[in-house]
Design a protein around this ligand. Structure first.
Ligand code: ATP
Length: 309
């Protein structure tokens, strides 16, 4: 009994940790096919996304609390039209990652509705929602296996040509070619340690291979030199092309082209618009922009006080 309990208990701990960090969702799903907290309804149907209509994401008047005594999101209302990019910015703790957790339906909301392609998440199977979403997390956990395996994980049975094509698109192919065993180099905790940026590029290649309709890009908070920043901008453009994308951003310079930017503060959307619209409003976003331009800090490094609009 204990023998059975231990691994199950371990999986429970792993599940909670990964759910919180969004660190390596695909790994989680391979271990636990069932979400423990949220069950599919008996009538749940697979999410249907057609090439014609695409995957519009809609949050309609969403209120949410993790615990009953503390509300985290207040009347969150926005639409990401199919094939476009929406970026979310705001201080640490303002609720940005919670939006992505809810899109995966790790939790059910207290009021309002979240839908993809017009289908309420509560009425579709979780497996089909997961299959439709690709995530590039802040901190990618690599398997103790070859770099090829780590990329191919995005699409079981992928050919070598497909793997090389996505590695090129993610600007990691040339780096891999310099490694002693090329694509067969062992990486992960027990292999070659990759830098944060290299790991993120592996995650991008993996996601390109998965080819999801929806992309969540959780930008790393670590400081970057301007060359790496330009590279991330180029990669983001590549990976977000023709997908419905939600970008959780820390550096405003990476999202100036986003179709829509949502500014969050203490669980509310306080401003919204394009980069130009928001600068013209001269509110919280314009202040953050000015501060980042002068200090090079990301949003999360600021003092966390309410930006005065
Ligand atoms: P950051 O930029 O630091 O990642 P964020 O804007 O993404 O922050 P969230 O992670 O969405 O913020 O957290 C929003 C609020 O919800 C925070 O106050 C946090 O403490 C709270 N919170 C997050 N996860 C949980 C949880 N599992 N249980 C209870 N409260 C939580």
């Amino acid at each position: 009994m204990l023998q059975l309990y231990m691994p199950l208990n371990f999986l429970g701990v792993l599940y909670r940790e990964i759910k919180q960090s969004l660190a390596d969702i695909e790994k989680l799903f391979s271990l636990l096919d069932q979400n423990q907290d949220i069950a599919d309804s008996a009538e749940a149907k697979p999410l249907l996304i057609t090439a014609q209509n695409g995957a519009e994401i809609r949050f309609a008047h969403v209120d949410f609390s993790y615990e009953s005594n503390r509300q985290i999101l207040f009347d969150i209302d926005f639409t990401i039209p199919a094939g476009t990019t929406t970026a979310v910015v705001g201080h640490s703790g303002s609720g940005k990652s919670t939006l992505s957790r809810l899109l995966f339906r790790f939790y059910d909301i207290q009021s309002g509705c979240i839908s993809i392609a017009g289908q309420d998440l509560r009425g579709v199977t979780q497996a089909s929602v997961r299959a439709a979403i690709g995530i590039v997390p802040q901190d990618t956990v690599l398997f103790n296996d070859t770099i090829e395996y780590n990329i191919a994980y995005g699409k079981p049975g992928a050919t070598k040509d497909e793997i090389i094509a996505v590695a090129r698109a993610a600007y990691i192919h040339e780096f891999i070619e310099t490694l002693p065993d090329g694509y067969n180099t062992m990486v992960g905790e027990r292999g070659l340690k990759l830098s944060g940026g290299e790991k993120q590029r592996v995650a991008i290649a993996r996601t390109l291979l998965k080819n999801p309709s929806i992309l969540i890009f959780d930008e790393a908070t670590s400081a970057l030199d301007s060359r790496s920043e330009q590279m991330i901008q180029a990669q983001l453009k590549e990976i977000a092309r023709s997908r419905t994308s939600l970008v959780i951003a820390h550096r405003l310079s990476t999202i100036i082209d986003a179709g829509q930017i949502l500014v969050m503060d203490k669980g509310r959307i306080i401003e919204r618009g394009t980069h130009q619209d928001l600068l013209a409003q001269q509110g919280a976003y314009a202040q953050m922009w000015e501060r980042q331009q002068s200090s090079g800090n990301d949003v999360g490094e600021e003092d966390g006080s309410t930006p005065s609009a």
